[in-house]
Design a binder for this molecule. Structure first.
Ligand code: NAD
Length: 524
């Protein structure tokens, strides 16, 4: 498997991937056009914020299966198109929060004490002590917009400066804010009462230009603005006008709408703008953590193990993870059986979770079922793209949960239909999954290997004839279950575990045998 590292990441992460058998090419200076030229050769792509993984890149990347963002923000990746293509996007949340928070604090102090300007002046041979009078942080109000990982770390540290801390974040609880001494307020209150405002929200449609003319108008005169989140959250034109009109006393910017900013960006000409080249996360510690986090997920992904930080997969809480993984395997196998039995034609899927599993976030299990169903008829459907593909094909997916269960602590029931219907029931004991029922027939087996599932008339000699046929093709029967329903006679189900897959011819001949109604091969 080939990995392209398109932006610099820690050497340890590169070594780790190589040691785990991945072929890693490091090309950290390539342009967008060069990336378009070479990306088709790679199975994985690792970027930071420089490289833009746009739709055209993903379209060219025929083999690409996973994109790793060594950092948090994924606004440089077209995640929805990657999802449509079944490409997993992983990031490294949290790994650089402390570094970004420390940088923010550095920017705040530099800004209010004019440290970079003073530094320049001294180096130019001047000694302008009166020019560089600043303000104290003590007793001032800091407004934090976005109390996520970084905003939280900033709040935690700024308490020591004896600041009052206001926070605006509609998605966090008052308890979280309180735990770092911040008061949760609405945006207007924050804007009106803060002496320094620092931005820590992700860049989304909602947050783009969330600080613009109207918002500057509401702020205190002489407010300071810090943006170490993403360029464009603060409207650069409006910020420039607010600084020039002295509404804003100064701004510290680590990020820009365009990076690097145009040389003639008017903000760069202002004496009271302190700026750094998007280095909030650039510490040895952060680079090591985010690089390793992404590298571990990529290695896990190619080993067929679940990834920890997928952006376009439902998140599984750590305490649910080991419980749900066997059910993910079970559901995929149930999907395979259902698809095989219905010859790939179905338009309705129903999954019911019973018992303990009904209390967990089972989205990933449903996705696995859809993947098992669809992968038999379409190529390349994976756990990322399965719900989208199902929707595109007009397949109706229903999920229900019943917290009570009788015999088994957790049970999954699946019904797939297209007029014809198949019903399956399964459970897991620890890591071992078992299929308990196919339609009305009790089976109870560990689904692993080559199977023929067949309906037959319950008459003497049928099983013997099947054994003879398979024997004549040198196919060994490793196991057999006859799921009998009701009494003697009628139509019954036969499940054969084979050492080798049967050919089309064997299946055709089997159906031609007296009393055999159908025969379906499935590899589980
Ligand atoms: P996070 O997801 O942990 O936190 C973001 C917070 O913003 C969340 O609590 C969320 O509820 C809140 N939020 C979302 N939309 C909001 C809205 N409309 N109004 C108010 N709050 C809103 O993210 P994080 O790890 O703390 O990162 C914060 C920002 O910093 C991101 O933009 C990230 O890309 C950026 N970042 C920059 C650097 C750098 O080098 N400068 C490094 C790391 C992260």
């Amino acid at each position: 498997m080939k990995v392209l590292v398109a932006d610099p990441i820690a050497e340890e992460a590169i070594d780790f991937m190589r040691k785990n058998g991945l072929e890693v090419d490091v090309k950290t200076d390539i342009s967008h056009e060069e990336l378009l030229d070479i990306v088709r050769d790679y199975d994985a792509l690792i970027v930071r914020s420089r490289t833009k993984v746009t739709r055209d890149v993903i379209e060219r990347a025929e083999k690409l299966k996973i994109i790793g963002r060594a950092g948090v923000g994924v606004d440089n990746i077209d995640v929805s198109f990657a999802t449509e293509r079944g490409i997993v996007v992983v990031n490294a949340p949290g790994g650089n929060s402390v570094s970004a928070a420390e940088h923010t604090i550095g920017l705040i102090i530099s800004l209010v004490r004019k440290i970079p300007q003073a530094d320049r002046s001294v180096k130019e041979g001047k000694w302008e002590r009166k020019k560089f009078v600043g303000i104290e942080l003590r007793g001032k109000t800091l407004g934090i917009i976005g109390l996520g990982r970084i905003g939280y770390e900033v709040a935690k540290r700024m308490r020591c400066f004896e600041m009052n801390i206001l926070a605006y974040d509609p998605y966090v609880s008052e308890e979280r804010a309180k735990s770092v001494g911040a008061k949760l307020v609405d945006l207007e209150e924050l804007l009106k009462n803060s002496d320094i405002i620092t931005i820590h929200v992700p860049k989304t449609k909602e947050t783009e230009k969330m600080i613009s003319y109207r918002e500057f108008e509401m702020m205190k005169d002489g407010v300071y603005i810090v943006n170490a989140a993403r360029g464009g959250i603060v409207d650069e034109r409006a910020l420039y006008d607010a600084i020039v009109s002295s509404k804003v006393a100064g701004a510290a910017l680590d990020v820009y709408e365009r990076e690097p900013p145009d040389k003639d960006n008017p903000l760069l000409k202002l004496e009271n703008v302190v700026t750094t080249p998007h280095i909030g996360a650039s510490t040895r510690e952060a680079q090591m953590i985010v690089g390793m986090t992404v590298a571990e997920d990529i290695v896990n992904f190619f080993k067929g193990l679940p990834v920890k930080n997928a952006v376009n997969l439902p998140s599984v809480a750590p305490e649910d993870y080991s419980y749900l993984m066997p059910f993910v395997e079970l559901a995929e196998k149930m999907g395979k059986i259902a698809c095989a039995r219905l010859n790939g034609v179905f338009n309705r899927v129903k999954i019911t979770f019973r018992g303990e599993i009904a209390r967990r976030n089972t989205e990933i299990v449903t996705r696995a079922l859809l993947m098992g169903l669809l992968n038999q008829i379409l190529s390349g459907v994976n756990i990322v793209s399965a719900p989208i593909v199902a929707k595109e094909r007009g397949i109706v997916v229903e999920q229900s949960r019943i917290e009570e269960s009788d015999i088994y602590p957790s049970l999954i029931e699946v019904t797939v239909s297209n007029g014809k219907e198949i019903y399956l029931e399964g459970t897991c004991f620890g890591e071992e999954c078992r299929i308990l029922k196919i339609d009305k027939y009790k089976v109870d087996f560990v689904p692993k290997g080559h199977y023929i599932i067949s309906l037959h008339e319950d008459k003497p000699g049928v099983i013997g004839r099947v054994g003879t046929l398979l024997g004549s093709y040198n196919i060994n029967i490793a196991g057999m279950i006859v799921g009998r329903h009701g009494g003697k006679g009628g139509i019954q189900l036969m499940l054969l575990l084979l050492d080798d897959p049967p050919s089309e011819e064997v299946l055709r001949k089997m159906v031609e045998l007296e009393s055999i109604i159908d025969a379906t091969y499935v590899y589980l």
